[in-house]
Design a protein around this ligand. Structure first.
Ligand code: PEP
Length: 254
């Protein structure tokens, strides 16, 4: 099995002011000084908090990411930000195609693909989110949904060994609901996603791509999830808002 460095990512969604983000990111840095040596840690605050969060993370080894971006470089796109803007704020990662973006803001696989292409071109690492709804799972469509989202989202995306895209498997029914996929359910989906990636980029690169699990990850369940062979980290919403909880997730292996 390829040696994949774990990635534990915080998605702060629409929470925290710039001052609160600075305070909480500083606490996380303080509490993860050991973990950063072996685990990649990422914080994705809202756009308005990027600059202050970057200051808190400076020199720490904890990475900064954005929760979204537009695919165009600039232009008349009210309310949007571009890759160069988030790069200038210190981002190295960008979360794309989160189910909340798909569900509430009409994001499509095509849009996710355009954003992913633009992110990689700009030198950002995209964290591309995929996952089925409860209805789709109950109808036995989970793998079809994942195949479509992965194939369309990553269409023509170059797999550069030093900047491989990250995938996040986030079953929609487990996001913010307190329901977590069992480690076995998550592993099954991750294994399927990796097999699909193999068709796209070949076995070696597919084995190097990190696949995160997201959906009510908490200090109490991260240990079991991380024991699964194809789970390479976590994308965390609710439990990332409290610095001590997020730090304990990042410290899962300590
Ligand atoms: C998420 O929003 O990506 C997420 C997984 O949220 P939560 O951890 O709250 O389920």
């Amino acid at each position: 099995m390829a040696d994949r460095r774990p990635l534990i990512a915080a998605n702060w969604k629409m929470h925290k002011t710039p001052d609160e983000a600075f305070r909480d990111a500083s606490s996380i840095v303080e509490m993860t000084q050991q973990a950063v040596k072996t685990v990649d840690i990422l914080i994705a605050p809202s756009f308005v908090c990027l600059e202050r969060t970057a200051k808190a993370l400076s020199g720490s080894g904890v990475a900064l990411g954005s929760q979204n971006m537009h695919w165009e470089a600039y232009g008349a796109y009210t309310g949007e930000v571009s890759a160069s803007m988030i790069l200038a704020c210190g981002c190295t990662f960008v979360i794309l195609g989160h189910s909340e973006r798909r569900q509430y803001f009409g994001e499509t696989d095509k849009g996710v693909n355009l954003k992913t292409l633009a992110a990689v071109e700009a030198g950002l690492v995209p964290v591309v989110c995929v996952g089925e709804s409860l209805k789709e799972r109950e109808k036995g469509e989970t793998f079809n949904v994942l195949d479509r989202q992965v194939q369309e989202g990553l269409k023509n995306v170059p797999f550069k060994p030093d900047r491989l895209p990250v995938l996040a498997y986030e079953p929609i029914w487990a996001i913010g609901t307190g329901l977590t996929a069992t480690p076995e359910q998550a592993q099954q989906a991750h294994e399927h996603i990796r097999a699909g990636l193999e068709q796209i980029c070949g076995k070696t690169l597919a084995n190097s791509v990190r696949i995160l699990y997201g959906g009510s990850v908490k200090p109490a369940n991260i240990g079991q999830l991380m024991q699964m062979p194809d789970i390479d980290g976590a994308l965390v919403g609710g439990a990332s808002l409290e610095p001590a909880d997020f730090a304990s997730l990042a410290n899962f292996g300590q």
